[in-house]
Design a binder for this molecule. Structure first.
Ligand code: SHN
Ligand code: NAI
Length: 211
């Protein structure tokens, strides 16, 4: 079993510096783009990185002496060049500056997981670095199994929770009612055709069953 534990962090606006603009740098940039403030440093970029909006590109091969300056103010640094020794230098610099660092060559204390998102649902998968291919394989399997109705149920539960907080004073009762809804096949069935029908059914259940 791995010592790595998953954690969800709000990356909005956080500075991320990625070294290496190849396929791996591209994947890592895509993971954070649109949320964090991403900078990629590399002498060359893949076409997708070249076209990626909302990121900063610094086109050069970073020298070792520059690493410290380039990573200053970063929340997370990613070493994804094809040069293993350079990546190790990035890991050392970041660690001594107290900055989180991920390395494409493994073992840096931070793993980027495979990720599935469906509406507000987010699933992270990793194998403690043992088998990245297996993480990807599992992601593909789970992605196919996770239907739209799961994301819709998150929305319904959130809507119902708002109502429950107003009309059911005891937390234990609210919990029981939320689970009653989850365990009612008719609610899932209604969700397939209409969110509003499913919500109406759930609210009727609450009226009938609340203390
Ligand atoms: C430790 C880790 C560090 C990190 O990068 O965070 C790491 C390290 C390394 N990966 C390598 C290879 C591959 N990586 C992938 C794919 C992914 N790798 C990702 C994460 C991680 N990779 C972290 C551990 C995650 C875990 O615990 O499971 C994913 C999940 C997330 C992402 O990178 O975005 C993403 C899938 C995204 C998706 O699609 O869902 C594939 C699959 C493929 O491309 O088909 C291959 C080839 C097949 C294979 O080797 O398995 C090599 C060897 C290079 C060599 O052989 O020289 C190293 C270095 C080493 O092992 O030393
Ligand atoms: N962690 C992971 O998921 C995986 C890791 N790898 C490893 O990751 C490394 C990178 O893989 P790819 O992106 O496919 O390689 P790549 O060779 O396509 O890209 C590496 C990029 O780094 C740039 N670079 C080299 N020296 C640099 C420097 N000093 N400063 C800034 N940029 C520099 C290169 O110009 C190139 O654009 C490989 O060494 C491979 O072993 C490979 C597959 C998956």
């Amino acid at each position: 079993m791995s010592d790595y534990l998953p954690l969800y962090i709000d990356f909005k606006g956080r500075r991320i510096v990625i070294f290496g603009g190849g396929g791996v740098g591209e994947r890592k940039a895509r993971y954070f783009s649109g949320v964090a403030d991403v900078t990629v440093v590399s002498p060359a970029f893949t076409p997708a990185l070249e076209a990626m909006g909302g990121i900063t590109r610094i086109q050069k091969a970073a020298a070792r002496e520059e690493i410290g300056e380039l990573i200053s103010g970063a929340f997370l640094v990613i070493a994804a060049t094809g040069d293993e020794e350079f990546n190790s230098a990035v890991v050392r610099e970041a660690q001594s500056a107290g900055i989180l660092v991920n390395s494409a060559h493994g073992e840096s204390g931070v793993i980027l997981p495979s990720r599935i998102t469906k509406g507000d649902i987010s699933v992270a998968i990793a194998t403690g670095g043992k088998s990245p291919a297996m993480s990807k394989y599992l992601r593909q399997r789970l992605e196919a199994a996770l239907g739209e109705e799961m994301a819709d149920m998150v929305r319904l539960q959130a809507d119902v929770r708002e109502v429950l907080k107003k009309v059911v004073p005891e937390q234990k009762d609210r919990e029981r009612l939320l689970w009653d809804i989850l365990k009612t096949p008719a609610v899932w069935e209604a969700m397939k055709t209409s969110y509003d029908d499913a919500l109406t059914l759930a609210l009727m259940m609450i009226e009938e069953r609340r203390p």
